[in-house]
Design a protein around this ligand. Structure first.
Ligand SMILES: [Cu+2]
Length: 812
């Protein structure tokens, strides 16, 4: 153990910009020499974490009007550790001799190091007394993950350190076990990647690459040997195969891009090698075989012999070209070099933020933002008109399950929280990722005894949709309401893929959760993959895969005693007192409750026939209906196609259904664990174990919903998948929760009365009366509403073209 407290604290303060999260990103860019992808976090990082680049409440230009600063009503108990807290925890950890820790920069594959220090999310039962009552905030603890590699049997180890602030008399550590359900796990899960940083490459994969250099030179004029002039790369499946107590890898050969574009996942070469890498001694690892053109060879010698035989089929390489580059190409579109329409916030921002507590208020909405390494941004205590609807709303895990004729694609089922959404929630691009007038928040994550800050990585903004919230016309008047909504957004680029997460709040009381995906697909070699994808480039197949992303929605509808009602539209043949003895073929409603966890895992019904309603049975509205919220698929909700995945075993049992409901338990805070991939048969969190028959009527309920996409990449995914259609979402809407639509409260509506070609009234209900709009020329952005006339009629018989008149006829 090397104990250097002062150095640690210093590292935390200076924020080493070259340190990187661990585990490594799945995209291999980190390993390559150019430094490309090692995001140069700029000198801005040397400022203290949490600094606001755009000070809230500054006197801003119209395009940069930040939110009003407010003070949150309560401390954000889900918030991050302060820099001082994190530093004190790290220093304390290094003082615990029993942990035998080595500073990350000095740690070898046979040392113990600290992977993560972040705040422990408090138990809901502890937090409610504070946020809803007058109890003190729950005691603060740090969640620490140790990478314990000083052993033949390395583990990732979750521990709890606290209470904070650190006090040598009272602070202690203990294994973190209660949120996990692995039998006798003790907070530990084996680490089957312990040697993947160095040994795997220097003593195994590059040695294998060198052993077939003659073949790779002949096929692709390149080598993968670890040399600086390599033009090939080797990497493979995730998770590793874990059957029969063996750890098996399949690795594929890839061409490297020839420039800075991150195109490597588009450059597979169709050669695969299988290894048994059980244990930590590379001398005991074994090469199990090769696959080329769907022919398996059980040794390098057998492969070389076949390769050297006359007439052996040798396919061509995938090589980077403009098809894999994202810069503008092709003829410029008509008038595309002039300005497209843009949006502005002429009165500045109309919302308020406590940037320290990450607390937000907009219109009748309020919530707190939390951020962690595994899942990035999540929202807590979401209230509408002062009443909490949702205690916690956040991503749990994202799965990308591939399939293919080859073992690389067949063996790939990324569980992305292993890499983490937090460390890759990069700075957003103003005017592109979010409107130019958005307000930004920073996020921080721990890595190698430092805290890194992604500047401007969460954006908050209002936007007025291109369709109104409401409208109605008659021949006498028209009424229309603007659809101005509020968005919280972050983007995480986990390796090759970019996930854009948007939470949208509307003035009718509804919420949308959306994910869009872009970035580079992981593709595969085209040979014999017809049943698994389209042939999309020279030797390229767009490898089919399912994206399934799980969200936790911890409902609190007018308290914590909630139920889920299912209301189905069913065809019916009904004889009525008035139907003269005949049955009428019609439809009706059937209602039932989800009674227990024995019946609480299901999919969206065909034809959208079943409404899923979260209700409070004891809180009825004035008409006797249960007040509640409806959960409805917005676009593209899916679950995993694969049944009993050979790759995943029990590691992603949350992915099999669209909707799953459990009773809220402090011992079941999250559907997954970042290291479920390390022991897929007996993972730290097996979601199936949540379902143990608990009653779900009038209980504190958690709904686990899956969003996703069945993605069969086509030529339009080159060079990058596009956000337009790689889009999935879910909505929550008030269902008998209020007596009427709440959007009537906005003044951003108009009623225009007109008759006979004359507009007699344009009522804008007092909108735009407040001061504070910045100097801006509204013409022609602001239309003249007195120009609204209704239909023009020209009499055709007798024909009278010179006397048009105004007459608008409606059904009522
Ligand atoms: Cu995809």
């Amino acid at each position: 153990m090397r104990l250097l407290t002062a150095v640690l604290v210093g590292l935390l303060a200076t924020q080493d910009v070259l340190a990187r999260p661990s585990p490594d990103p799945k995209s291999p860019w980190v390993r390559h020499k150019s430094g490309r992808g090692k995001r140069h976090l700029t000198a801005a990082l040397s400022k203290s974490a949490g600094i606001q680049r755009r000070d809230v409440n500054e006197t801003a230009s119209c395009s940069e009007a930040a939110a009003t600063t407010i003070k949150a009503p309560k401390t954000n108990v889900w918030g991050s550790l302060t820099n001082d807290e994190a530093a004190s925890v790290v220093a304390w950890l290094f003082a615990q001799e029993d942990l035998n820790l080595t500073i990350s920069d000095d740690a070898t594959a046979w040392d113990n190091s600290v992977l993560l220090v972040e705040s422990m999310v408090p138990n809901k039962t502890d937090a409610l007394g504070y946020i809803d009552g007058c109890k003190a905030p729950p005691k603060k603890y740090a969640h620490v993950v140790l990478n314990e590699r000083a052993s033949e049997f390395p583990t990732y180890t979750d521990i709890l350190v606290g209470p904070l602030p650190i006090d040598n008399a009272t602070t202690s550590w203990e294994p973190l076990t209660y949120p996990y359900n692995k039998e006798n796990g003790g907070g530990k899960v084996r680490n089957i990647d312990a040697d993947s940083d160095d040994t795997l490459y220097t003593e195994w994969l590059y040695v294998i690459g060198a052993s077939v250099a003659d073949i790779t030179l002949e096929l692709w004029n390149g080598t993968a040997t670890g040399a600086d002039n390599d033009t090939l790369d080797i990497w493979g499946i995730d998770p590793l195969w874990q059957d029969d107590d063996r750890i098996i890898r399949w690795d594929a050969f890839w061409n490297l891009p020839t420039d800075d574009f991150d195109a490597e996942t588009l450059l597979p070469l169709g050669l695969y090698v299988m290894s048994d890498v059980t244990g930590r001694d590379p001398s005991k690892w074994s090469l199990e075989g090769w696959l080329y053109n769907s022919i398996f060879y059980n040794s390098t010698e057998a492969f070389r012999e076949a390769f050297s035989s006359p007439g052996y089929l040798k396919n061509g390489p995938n090589v980077e070209g403009d098809w894999a580059r994202t810069d503008q190409q092709g003829e410029i579109l008509p008038k595309d070099d002039s300005y497209p329409p843009t949006t502005i916030a002429p009165s500045g921002s109309r919302f308020s933020v406590d940037p320290d507590q990450k607390y937000v208020e907009w219109m009748d909405w309020s919530f707190y933002i939390a951020f962690n390494r595994d899942t990035g941004m999540s929202l807590f205590d979401i209230r509408y008109k002062g009443k909490r609807l949702i205690y916690e709303l956040g991503l749990q895990e994202a799965l990308a399950h591939y399939a293919g004729n080859d073992p690389m694609q067949s063996g790939t089922s990324y569980l992305d929280t292993y890499y983490g959404f937090g460390p890759y929630a990069f700075e957003l691009v103003s005017g592109y990722d979010c409107p130019a007038y958005a307000t930004y928040l920073n996020t921080s994550f721990y890595v190698s005894e430092t805290v890194h800050t992604h500047i401007d990585s969460i954006c908050l903004f209002e936007f007025t949709g291109d369709y109104p919230m409401q409208r109605h016309s008659t021949g006498k008047y028209v009424s229309v309401t603007k659809n101005t909504y509020f968005v919280v957004r972050s983007v995480s680029t986990v390796g090759n893929y970019d996930y854009m997460f948007s939470y949208t709040f509307y003035i009718d009381g509804s919420i949308a959760v959306e994910v869009r995906a872009s970035g580079y697909i992981q593709s595969t070699y085209f040979a014999k993959n017809e049943d698994y994808g389209f042939h999309i480039n020279d030797f390229l197949s767009g490898s089919m895969h399912d994206h399934v992303l799980n969200w936790k929605v911890d409902w609190d509808i007018l308290g914590t005693n909630n139920s889920v009602e299912l209301m189905s539209l069913v065809p019916a043949a009904v004889e009525y007192p008035w139907s003269k003895g005949k049955k009428r073929n019609t439809m009706k409603l059937e209602r039932s409750f989800v009674e227990s966890e024995d019946e609480s895992r299901f999919d969206w019904a065909a034809n959208g026939a079943t409404q899923v309603l979260v209700v409070n049975e004891d809180e009825k509205n004035e008409f006797g209906e249960m007040r509640g919220y409806r959960v409805l698929p917005y676009t593209g909700t899916v679950h995993l196609t694969v049944k009993n995945s050979s790759n995943l075993a029990n590691a992603a049992n949350w992915a099999g259904h669209d909707i799953q409901i459990t009773k809220q338990k402090d011992t079941e805070p999250r559907a997954a664990h970042p290291y479920n991939s390390q022991d897929v048969n007996d993972p730290p969190v097996d979601f199936d174990k949540f379902f143990d028959g608990e009653n779900l009527r009038k209980e504190d309920l958690v709904m686990w919903v899956n969003l996703g996409m069945h993605h069969v990449p086509h030529t339009g995914d080159l060079p990058n998948t596009v956000f337009t259609t790689a889009h999935t979402g879910i909505q929550f809407m008030p269902n008998n929760y209020f007596s009427m639509d709440q959007s009537r409260q906005t003044v951003n509506m108009v009623r225009i009365d007109y008759d006979n070609g004359t507009t007699s009234l344009v009522d804008t209900f007092g909108q735009k009366n407040s001061d504070g709009s910045c100097a801006l020329e509204f013409e022609p952005a602001e239309p003249d509403l007195y120009g609204y006339t209704g239909d023009v009629v020209i009499r055709k018989f007798p024909y009278d073209p010179n006397n048009p008149y105004y007459d608008t006829e409606s059904i009522v």
